[in-house]
Design a binder for this molecule. Sequence first.
Ligand code: ADP
Ligand code: MG
Length: 606
Amino acid sequence: MSSDPAADLPFYYGSISRSDAEQHLKLAGMADGIFLLRQCLRSLGGYVLSVVWNLEFHHYPVDKQLNGTYCFTGGKPHCGPAELCEFYSKDADGLVCALKKPCLRSPDTVIRPGVFDSLRENMLREYVKQNWNLEGEAMEQAIISQAPQLEKLMATTAHEKMPWYHGKVTRQEGERRLYSGAQPDGKFLVRDRDESGSFALSMVYGKTVYHYQILQDKSGKYSMPEGTKFDTVWQLVQYLKMKADGLVTVLGEACVNGKNAEKTPSLPASRRTNGYTPPPQAVAAASMSVTTVPENRELLPMDCSGFNPYHNPNEVRRFNIQRSNLLIDEVELGSGNFGCVKKGVLKTESGQIDVAIKVLKNENEKLVREEMMREAEIMHQLCNPFIVRMLGLCNAENLMLVMEMASAGPLNKFLSSNKDTVTMEHIVNLMHQVSMGMKYLEEKNFVHRDLAARNILLVKQQFAKISDFGLSKALGADDNYYKSRTAGKWPLKWYAPECIHFRKFSSKSDVWSFGVTMWEAFTYGGRPYKKMKTTDVMRFIESGSRMECPTACPEQMYTLMKECWTYKHEERPDFKKVEESMRSYHYSISNKAKPEEAAATSEPIK
Ligand code: ADP
Ligand code: MG
């Protein structure tokens, strides 16, 4: 998931042992200064540099600091493993010699994945599954969109779910639990030490219980005294299963906390926050695995209803909604070209769902109605957390399109009225979600044709959905609609050249619109091309000009915008690529430590 920054280095071998490294260097001839890089087994994200000098091997651990830099113990920090190796190829600066010649991986040698790579990923999956009761595609989408947030959350709370974690129990009670039943060497548990939030490890060896304090340094890393430091308690425990690191022996079987063990069995298939009220037995079952959202953390998309599909898999989805199941509020959420959008409630077999109802005006022609119904059928097939779901059509006093509710409103309005509080990271997170929704549309071969900030709706501050599609396509399919509209209603400023010149719409033209939407987002709801007339905009684009970088917009994001505005659609990136770029930027800024964290030393607290 979070890719290894050394993966592209031709002298990087991944998770190989010290003796394997020495074997490779031997085969490469043992010249002075020949070197390779491998993953460090002991520290997450760290490496070891193995160098030959005078027919001897030297192994230097490279630590990954909390602020994302890499350095040898006591050495200068570098922004990545490649930069570090480059630096030491020019200057030994404390090593036995400067790095002279990379020991290259043979073409058939693959980079060996590390223990933590799969452990961490499995742990993350298990964590998401347990906390939000998500499965399958919804789980994947949750993990991809919120990986940095999830990793942080997991670092502070993951141990709570582990069978070996016993919470607030005294030293005596810990001993009592370890002595009950069999007492094999290595049987262990972790408990809270006191109110300070620190932990203790208690383990059996030779029928005797030993207690160790788990240290936490100023930067929050956990370790045994003098031992290797880890970001999370569960990683430390995983490590201590492999290496004693100062303990009397390695950790063996977990002394199971009855309370945590009960939580682990397979979860009910029914969903938690679907907007409908689940049957009582589902509520009881789900509530066991659901953690209430602590006040000190921001809501994640998965905390909101609307992340999961609305339908109960056992319930047949109805495309046609009966009027009697629909309560329409007088409150208007917005009005559009074709009528107004009203608030409402949909009654289903399993409960009530808050909905938004687009009510078409009566004067709409038959043709328009038919087009819309055909498109509604396509829309009905789309199911992605980052796309507003249509729940059905209700053909009564008016033709009504019933959708899930996105109560925090359109993105452009949200941003323009929250300029002071919304951070750049927040915008990146939301735009990454939009790119995920668009990637899904692209995969489904569906063209939006009206992607713009006004058509991105927010469920919650941290949760965006693409809306208002299908309709614009349906109505514009034979071009009559666009010709019949006044120029101001045409989203021309969002359209790629081929849309304007040849009426050729594709996912690539949606990519162009995505670029404009990004520009809107990074200007906090600014108006693209300001007061320029649409004909001037066309000339502006033809001449090769593009909108400027919004104030305080990160360089990488502006680069992506400009890529979206590649004139020729053949050369423009697709959403697969756009999502990739959004994702890596989103991850990279969310992983950066705050300045004060970076300044903290990693000395253990005495
Ligand atoms: P139009 O095609 O006329 O632009 P939209 O689908 O964009 O219509 O809806 C118009 C307005 O109605 C939106 O700007 C928004 O304020 C509100 N709206 C539409 N759909 C929803 C929804 N699912 N949840 C909440 N508000 C909505
Ligand atoms: Mg709209």
